[in-house]
Write a protein that binds this ligand. Structure first.
Ligand code: ZN
Length: 422
């Protein structure tokens, strides 16, 4: 049994180095399609720790037919590098574990809204600011430095640990799926997303879709109806989909995990482009949207409801039904059932270190957790420290809470996997 005081000191002693390491990790612009340099750096870090490194691209793995797969457009999977490092143990003394984090980050958006270079992290008032710091490169640093702290005390995990850094978490989840398709399994998974020291009990899924709306083009002098005007029609489809969202939110009030949250289901018309010429009625407009999916609602059902809302709107506009395609996330909502040994262990460690009970969180977003728990029966703990401004120019992670998370993971590894002399 490891001395908790010594472990705390070991995490604290490494924390300066961890903060620098996180700043380096967050300096990579690892937006979709650009993950390789970040992953290659990580692969080097992992190899330097003596772990066996499997660096591959999603292209190399057959995932298209698997449950949980999301269709992909506009992405080149021959560039989508994934990394799985493995600490292998001959005669295990405990249970195996997956430590998993995503390194893809969302685009920075309008750069003039940032008070800093998004990829040059800055520490101010105990928070590290920058794209990807909170979501979730801090968590990745916690996985790695928890193991480093154990090593500093002369220990390694007493059973197999996979340290996984994936991409695609922000758009499909296909990176996480690829690790499972490649055969990586364990008795539990730990995903240190910045969850404010809560554990994800339930999360929404989401669907991404695109409407390609065609108008009836002509000269602007002719005058035009909304249905003939691709951009004005897009506004009508947005209203129709807001109506569908309100309808689903009305049903959500009786949901066991989301009933207490006002309007948990979010509709985001996130991307739009269309038209070519200011003197012409726009002949086309492409509208891309995201809609949440409640646990218990089937994806097929949600897709049908989206189609039906669009169909009804098209009829009202006396327009052709737009081409509707599913272009990313087809993610189920998911409930992580209470009662696992892994959660009990985490809850105990959380209470010891934070002096309060572990609270469950119903999260109105989507994480990679579903792949492990829902599709592969691996209990998956999604738990980590405090962040703010995720997906915003104010993104930041609280360093003190990161240090605590690192200590939580180190203790979890020690007790779940057991320890051996390094
Ligand atoms: Zn995340």
């Amino acid at each position: 049994m490891i001395d908790p005081t010594a472990l705390r000191a070991a995490v604290a002693e490494g924390f300066g180095r961890q903060t620098e390491w996180l700043a380096k990790l967050a300096s990579f612009d690892s937006t979709r399609g650009n993950e390789a340099p970040c992953q290659d750096w990580l692969a080097g870090e992992f190899a330097a720790r003596g772990w066996a490194v499997d660096r591959y691209t999603i292209d190399e793995v057959e995932i298209a037919g698997l449950t949980g797969y999301s269709p992909v457009v506009d992405a080149d999977y021959s560039k989508a590098v994934q990394v799985v490092a493995t600490h292998q143990v001959e005669a295990p003394v405990g249970r195996s574990l997956i430590l998993m984090g995503h390194i893809d980050v969302v685009p920075v958006g309008a750069t003039e809204l940032w008070s800093q270079d998004p990829f040059r992290p800055e520490v101010r008032d105990g928070w590290m600011h920058g794209r990807g710091t909170g979501d979730m490169k801090a968590g990745v640093s916690a996985m790695v430095f928890a193991l480093d702290a154990l090593r500093r005390l002369g220990y390694v995990p007493g059973s197999r640990v996979h340290i996984e850094t994936v991409s695609e978490e922000e758009c499909t989840g296909n990176g996480a799926l690829s690790t499972l398709a490649r055969g990586y399994r364990a008795d539990a998974a730990f995903i240190p997303e910045s969850m404010g020291h809560q554990i994800i009990r339930a999360e929404l899924g989401s669907v991404w879709f695109r409407l390609r709306i065609l108008g009836r083009p002509g000269h602007v002098y002719a005058g035009v109806s909304t249905g003939s005007h691709a951009i004005l029609a897009a506004m009508a489809y947005i209203e129709a989909l807001k109506g569908l969202t309100a309808e689903i939110n009305a049903e959500a009030v009786t949901h066991p995990y989301f009933g207490a949250i006002a309007d948990p289901v979010k509709f985001n018309p996130g991307k739009i482009r269309g038209g070519d010429w200011l003197g012409s009625i726009p002949s086309w407009c492409e509208l891309e949207c995201r809609l949440s999916v409640l646990p218990g609602h089937s994806l097929a059902d949600v897709r049908e409801r989206v189609s039906e809302a669009v169909r009804r709107c098209a009829a009202a506009l006396e327009a052709e039904m737009p081409a509707l395609s599913w272009i990313g996330f087809q993610a189920d909502g998911h409930v992580f059932a209470p009662g696992t040994e892994a959660e009990a262990l985490l809850a105990g460690i959380h209470a010891e270190l934070l002096g309060r009970e572990l609270e469950p969180l119903s999260m109105t977003a989507t994480s990679d957790t579903r792949f492990y728990d829902l599709y592969y029966g691996i209990p998956a703990l999604c738990y980590g420290g405090n962040a703010r401004g995720m997906h915003a120019p104010s993104e930041a992670v609280e360093l003190a809470s990161l240090q605590t998370t690192t200590e939580v993971i180190a203790r979890f590894v020690a007790r779940w996997c057991g320890l051996k002399a390094a």
